[in-house]
Design a protein around this ligand. Structure first.
Ligand code: IPE
Ligand code: IPE
Ligand code: MG
Length: 235
């Protein structure tokens, strides 16, 4: 079985998982964090090179103050745990998204995670927080426009490749496989540029229930796909 280099995940269904059990939504998020931890270890052992997870979207601020507050508390707590897990598993952590909207201690925690794991050579674990695909593209366009204004680049140098180097994901290959849990058939503003030719797999499994078996099922489905990238199959 071919292991995809880069797996992107939309971890959805924490709320539904909790509701099914008569628990508050925040309990679903807590359980979801445990699943993220486990998934990082499983992916690292499977030999996946890049794992990108959607933790909090630019639209998730619309949720109640209580839910957003609880999610921030979980970030605080799990950032510390993640640092330990990353060190133990040779994992390099990188955050994408617009971080200035977070409290200062969270921003510092993110910077520390990136700094202290930057030389690790195993799995690269990318976390999308306060991330929106459109927001990322607009921020990239602005920075590119600044460089143009300052004469650092010429108009003719604007290409798909150079533009991608202004995105938060600069240096990271595009995802091969996108997995969305909980059955929704949409992208919800995730990696809009990067998912151009990614294979999409949706499972009804709720995120807190996701495990090694579910990941293997997704990879098995990926192995049956015929990736043509707009070309024609010759064999
Ligand atoms: C995903 O679970 C986690 C976040 C978006 C932070 P949800 O909270 O969206 O769970 P559902 O979709 O309501 O079940
Ligand atoms: C997408 O899930 C965002 C994350 C998983 C962080 P949502 O639950 O926010 O997406 P919608 O609202 O169902 O599109
Ligand atoms: Mg959801």
């Amino acid at each position: 079985m071919v292991i995809p280099d880069h797996v992107a995940l939309i971890l959805d269904g924490n709320g539904r998982w909790a509701k099914k059990r008569g628990l508050p939504r925040t309990m679903g998020h807590k359980e979801g964090c445990v699943t993220v931890e486990k998934t990082v270890e499983i992916a690292a052992r499977m030999g996946i090179r890049y794992l990108t997870v959607y933790g909090f979207s630019t639209e998730n601020w619309k949720r109640s103050v209580e839910e957003v507050g609880a999610l921030m508390q979980l970030f605080r707590y799990y950032m510390v745990r993640l640092l330990k897990i990353a060190k133990a598993n040779n994992v390099r952590v990188k955050m994408i998204g617009e971080r200035s909207r977070f409290d200062r201690d969270i921003v510092e925690g993110i910077n520390r995670l990136e700094r202290e794991t930057k030389d690790n050579t195993g799995l690269t674990f990318v976390i999308a927080v306060n991330y929106g695909g459109r927001d990322e593209i607009v921020r990239a366009a602005r920075r590119m426009a600044e460089d143009l204004e300052q004469g650092k680049i010429e108009k003719e140098e604007i290409t798909e490749q150079s533009f991608a180097s202004y995105l938060d994901t600069a240096g990271i290959p595009d995802p091969d496989l996108l997995i969305r849990t909980s059955g929704e058939l949409r992208l919800s503003n995730y990696l809009l540029w990067q998912l151009a030719y990614t294979e999409i797999y949706v499972t009804d499994c709720l995120w807190p229930d996701f495990d090694k078996e579910e990941l293997e099922k997704a990879i098995a489905a990926y192995n049956k796909r015929d990736r043509r990238f707009g070309g024609v199959r010759t064999t």
